[in-house]
Ligand binder design. Structure first.
Ligand code: MN
Length: 431
């Protein structure tokens, strides 16, 4: 299957000059969707497309620019600020609108003079969550994270035997998901201090982040009718960055036998722009399992998944502190190292009959790299709090302090392909 078309041409240029900069997150080959309004206004939220340092306002674009009939129909729910309705339409709608937006934003387009009037600088907008999130599930596909953390929690038994057979996950909470810029209140909770006989209640002492990707479901499935791998591959809409803030001391005390609860539900932060799977098509990669590992069961296997189910997305964590306002990069990893692909997560989630719905959010789990220093959480980088890391400011950290700002970033780049980035998910801890 050839997933690439004219919209991926690395030579394509836009009449929006900032979209042609080599280091922009949002070149014309990206075209991610977000929900915005002009900063300081109380106008209704509307859907826009990021292009360079601008936002194309799809409400204005629908009203003020000539479009073909099929495209005008697709723009209607977006003009009303409803991304979920568009997500539900699946792959054909995504591809049709992508082609139309790419042509309209391309240098020399006859629609350019109309759309110039529909641009808003990103610096002048406020972003909301990109869609209405119905349900949120967090998976655990980062095997390097699972092994390292497993050693800390269970030295004798780091990786439980089910890990290589079944995608592990838990149902999370939607109400506390916020968009980049979120202020995260340090949670209080019940913890058991080392050596103590009884727990106490108080502020979290081991506050952490988790470097994850968030997968938005596009077209859903009816209750009792699981997705096949082929349907799942067509039906995921796109990716955002996801910080699954975690209270490690609360987690360690509460997590058995039913898994994470209050240690995870006080905040989660996503980046504002959903990068569609079409934009990521040039960065698909083979899904490979080590020879000694079990191959996925048939319901989680497909020829396409083996050939191109994985994604080559570089992930980074940056940290700024009250004393160090310029962020410092803490680590880098790659989503290719995930143990399961996006299609496998949707397929498995629906395999018992669970109905996924447009706008549902699936977290990838913390994506750590295989090497020391590639942990996607402070729990890993500080070896469970035993080995503080030293920052450029001379400060040290085992876990987060009040005033710390965690910034997740992600991008795809390769010779001969346009750079595609996800922007950032930033959040600041408040005591
Ligand atoms: Mn997580």
């Amino acid at each position: 299957m050839n997933l690439l078309d004219a919209t991926h041409d690395p030579a394509l240029r836009s009449w929006v000059e900032s979209a042609n900069a080599a280091d922009t997150d949002f070149p014309i080959q990206n075209l991610p969707y977000g929900r915005f309004r002009r900063a300081g206004s109380d106008e209704p939220w509307r859907i826009g497309v990021a292009i360079g340092d601008q936002v194309l306002d799809l409400k204005l674009a629908a009203e003020q620019c000539p479009w073909g009939e099929s495209v005008a129909g697709l723009l209607q729910p977006l003009a009303e600020g409803n991304l979920n309705s568009f997500m539900a339409l699946g792959a054909p709608a995504r591809r049709t609108l992508r082609a139309a937006l790419s042509a309209a934003l391309a240098a020399g387009s006859e629609q350019g003079p109309f759309l110039e009037l529909c641009l808003v600088p990103q610096a002048a907008v406020q972003m909301a969550l990109p869609c209405q999130i119905g349900d949120y599930t967090d998976f655990y596909t980062g095997i390097h994270h699972a092994v390292t953390v497993g050693k800390l929690f269970r030295p004798d038994n780091p990786l439980l035997p089910n890990y290589k057979w079944v995608p592990i996950g838990y149902h999370g909470r939607v109400s506390s998901i916020g968009v980049s810029g979120q202020v995260v209140q340090r949670p209080h909770g019940q913890t058991l201090a080392p050596g103590a006989a009884e727990p106490t209640f108080g502020p979290c002492k081991r506050l952490d982040y988790e470097l994850e990707l968030g997968i938005f479901v596009g077209a859903g499935n009816a209750l009792g009718q699981p997705k096949t791998m082929e349907q799942a591959e067509a039906d995921w809409f796109g990716l955002v960055l996801l910080n699954d803030w975690s209270a490690r001391d609360i987690q360690a005390w509460e997590y058995q036998p039913l898994g994470p609860f209050l240690a995870k539900n006080f905040a989660s932060t996503v980046s504002p722009w959903i990068v569609t799977q079409e934009a990521l098509a040039p960065y698909r990669a083979a899904f490979e399992r080590p020879a000694e590992d079990p191959q996925p069961l048939p319901y989680l296997s497909s020829a396409f998944n083996s050939a191109a189910g994985a994604l080559d997305v570089t992930l980074e964590v940056w940290l700024a502190t009250a004393l160090m306002p310029t962020p410092q990069k803490l680590m880098q990893s790659n989503f290719r190292d995930a143990y399961w692909t996006v299609a496998q997560l949707l397929t498995h989630h629906s395999s018992g009959g669970c109905n996924l719905q447009p706008g549902d959010l699936l977290g990838s789990g913390t994506i750590s790299g295989p090497m020391a220093g590639q942990g996607g959480s402070l729990l890993e980088l500080s070896n469970g709090g035993k080995a503080p890391i030293t920052l450029a400011s001379g400060e040290t950290r085992t876990f987060l302090q009040d005033g710390d700002t965690v910034i997740l970033r992600a991008f795809c780049s390769a010779p001969g392909r346009a750079r595609i980035a996800l922007g950032q998910a930033a959040g600041t801890v408040r005591g």
